[in-house]
Design a protein around this ligand. Structure first.
Ligand code: NAI
Length: 698
């Protein structure tokens, strides 16, 4: 049973027991309901205590039941709360550790609440694009006051129980119990066992001295903060209903309707998709969760450049010692200098305490000799992106590293299987593709080579979690998942210039769609010369691949981006503002004329569709080839590494929202455009099949 029952003296204790956080799944709900019935039927029982086993009171809904019939099976949470309210014997919630979402709503249906200090209390539903659905918006304002409650509901952020207990006039907690919570709860139950009538939160009033003005203010604030998300504004509506509804149950009905309507919005679907996708990313179909892991207590990083430094910081931040190896002392000094500057900026902003900074730097060693790193449990190579250089490094690593050490490469484009083949231990070789700046970006593509051992993969996924990354597995292919897709997106951006757009027009359209940065501003930031080098290599490997020549012409003009203060845009020294460049526009126009293209007015819709559906089509091929094991992995990569708008859930989720039939139709249209790449726009077979069957990626 997911809830246990025992009688202590004359108090029945019902303990939710559904690890890890006592999610209110069907079995847990039934267990509670049966316990309450049993206690009411037992003449020896005078009061009931409900608590949670282990690390939580309750974290709320059981996410494993999301979308399944069990989630709504009776007793659902609303029915269960009604049962608690109707209990003839008093019910005390004994709250500790974590009390969130449905867990908090459940406790608000109890007659009394006692809590341990340090409990994280929250209604986080807004983070999934929802409002609380089991009375949270109606009951919390009645016990915490309208403003405190609304702040919690709109932000979804946890607040500590002792803080809440200090709110003037609060009725959320009847008591904060220092020390043994169960002993405190039992003593409290004995105190109130005979008191009648039983207090109910629903019988309290939610009031505000200046309700109209306050809700108008709240609405304005929320609108400005959450313009792409409907849920926060709906939270305001629900709390207002708690104040203004004639009857408690009217407010409940309003909350329920709002909850159900939000459930159907693309924004909530996208947020729930991302929430589940993050968890699903760590599950690899053929690598069981109990796969043994190697111990990673010491890490070495080869190369103290842009990436090596950032990568090292991740480990230092997690308390893992790092040794960085370079070829020359000045490269080491430069690299460590950049890391220091980074940390010092954080200290200055008050984001990092001086002593933490000192502790982190104390974990860092530097060396010019492989002798100093041979004992590392994991080594991450971040040297120049040249196969010859990688070959030398991996041959040396193979010679010097202790047996069982994980040998990782941060390569962004090279064939990991070839790199692994430089060693006699390809099973220990893996790709860890960090994104720049590596100490900031959440994404880590974990590249699984043909021969990478399962325990190596499991270990690196766990390391990813430890250093707070979203780790997603990719198979080996050119560009792996993220960059292979972005290549198609960039190609479309180039064609759009040839056909009539300016860089600013393309960037604006896709930024309006919600991308953090359009392709041309992005190119200027990353350095246009990087793409240039890749295209030169591709020209040898895939001589027929069609590109707009404009990006090469730009590089030939020496316009590499922000670093040369000139790229697709002009830049003023020391500033990052992208200023449209007449020189670039002229270059594009000349190029257009040389191709004999007559300028065409291109709509924002077409720009967005061509860029985003290019991602979708390549993503479908990646899925089909097994490079990604699920569509949500692709979406996680785009949400955490490429600035894809969160409220659209990633390219594959977005395609599902548009409807795959419509996506395929658009692709067929694009294939007719002689300036575009007709072969590319043939819908990937998987996409065509899903569309024909009326199915979706996710
Ligand atoms: P970088 O040029 O900033 O740094 C490379 C560093 O490696 C230099 O400090 C160099 O002195 C050192 N180095 C070169 N050969 C060495 C050797 N044999 N032994 C020891 N140190 C050596 O390059 P960056 O940008 O840090 O890139 C490193 C790797 O990370 C490349 O494989 C690159 O493709 C990959 N990468 C780069 C990203 C970026 O945005 N810069 C993003 C993701 C991956």
């Amino acid at each position: 049973m997911a809830a246990s029952y025992e009688v202590r003296g004359n108090v029945a204790v019902i303990t939710m027991n559904n690890p890890p956080v006592n999610g209110l799944g069907y079995d847990t709900r039934r267990g509670i309901a049966e316990g309450v019935d049993r206690a009411n039927a037992d003449a020896a029982v005078k009061a009931i205590v409900i608590t949670g086993a282990g690390k939580a009171f309750s974290g709320g809904a059981d996410i494993r039941e999301f979308g399944s019939p069990k989630a709504l099976a009776e007793p659902n949470l609303l029915s269960l709360i009604l049962q608690l309210e109707g209990s003839a014997k008093p019910i005390v919630a004994a709250i500790h550790s974590v009390c969130m979402g449905g867990g908090l709503e459940l406790s608000l249906g109890c007659h009394y609440r006692v809590a341990a200090p340090g409990t994280q209390v929250a209604l986080p539903e807004v983070k999934l694009g929802l409002v609380p659905g089991a009375g949270g918006t109606q009951r919390l304002p009645r016990v915490l006051g309208v403003e405190n409650a609304l702040n919690m509901i709109v932000s979804g952020e946890p607040v500590k129980s002792e803080m809440l207990a200090m709110a003037p006039g609060q009725k959320l907690f009847d008591k904060i119990v220092d020390g043994d919570l169960m002993a405190g709860a039992l003593a409290f139950a004995a105190e109130i066992a005979d008191k009648r009538p039983l207090p109910l939160v629903r019988n309290l009033k939610a009031t505000h001295p200046d309700a109209d003005a306050y809700f108008a203010f709240a609405r304005n604030t929320v609108k400005a903060m959450a313009k792409n998300f409907p849920a926060p504004a709906r939270c305001v509506d629900c709390v207002e209903a708690a104040v203004k509804s004639a009857k408690f149950d009217d407010g409940m009905r309003f909350e329920r309707d709002t909850f159900l309507a939000l459930m159907m919005t693309p924004e909530s679907k996208a947020l729930r998709h991302a929430f589940l996708g993050e968890r699903a990313a760590s599950k690899i179909p053929d690598v069981p969760e109990d796969t043994p892991q190697r111990k990673i207590e010491k890490v070495a990083v080869i190369g103290a450049g842009t990436m090596g430094g950032g990568i090292s910081m991740n480990f230092l931040n997690a308390g893992i010692p790092v040794t960085i190896l370079e070829m020359k002392q000045d490269a080491l000094d430069r690299g460590v200098g950049v890391m220091r500057k980074n940390y010092e900026a954080q200290v200055k902003k008050g984001k990092l305490k001086q002593d933490k900074y000192d502790q982190r730097m104390a974990l860092l060693k530097t060396t010019l000799s492989y002798d100093d790193i041979k004992d590392a449990d994991m080594v991450i190579e971040a040297v120049f992106e040249e196969m010859g250089v990688k070959e030398k490094v991996f041959k040396t690593l193979d010679e010097v590293m202790k047996p069982g050490a994980i040998l990782a490469s941060n390569t962004s484009t090279l064939d990991l299987n070839k790199i692994a083949a430089f060693t006699k231990r390809p099973q220990d070789v893996i790709g860890t593709h960090f994104f720049s700046p590596a100490n900031v970006m959440k994404l880590l593509e974990v590249v699984r080579g043909e021969k990478t051992a399962k325990d190596v993969l499991a270990t690196v996924m766990a390391v990813g979690k430890k250093i707070k990354k979203t780790a997603v597995v990719s198979g080996v292919c050119d560009g792996f998942i993220g960059n292979r897709m972005i290549e198609q997106y960039s190609r479309q951006a180039g064609f759009l210039l040839d056909e009539g757009c300016t860089p600013a027009q393309v960037d604006k359209a896709i930024e309006k769609f919600g991308f953090a940065m359009g392709p041309f501003r992005m190119g200027d930031l990353a350095g246009n010369d990087i793409g240039w080098a890749i295209r030169k290599r591709r020209a040898v490997e895939y001589p027929d691949l069609k590109y707009s020549k404009t990006a090469d012409l730009l590089c030939e003009m020496g316009r590499y981006g922000q670093k040369t203060q000139a790229g697709w845009y002009d830049y003023v020294a020391g500033k990052r503002d992208a200023i449209p460049s007449p020189v670039v526009v002229e270059m594009i126009e000349k190029h257009r004329a040389s191709l004999g293209i007559t300028l065409r007015k291109i709509s924002d819709d077409e720009i967005v569709q061509r860029l985003v559906f290019a991602l979708v089509n390549e993503g479908a091929r990646i899925l089909e080839e097994g490079i990604a094991s699920k569509a949500s992995d692709i979406d996680m990569i785009y949400l955490t590494g490429y600035g894809f708008p969160v409220w659209r859930g990633g390219p594959m989720c977005y395609a599902d929202t548009v409807g795959l039939f419509n996506v395929v139709q658009a692709m067929k249209r694009f294939a007719q455009n002689p300036r575009d790449d007709a072969a590319f726009w043939q819908p990937a077979p998987l996409l065509a099949k899903l569309a024909a069957e009326g199915k979706s990626f996710t």
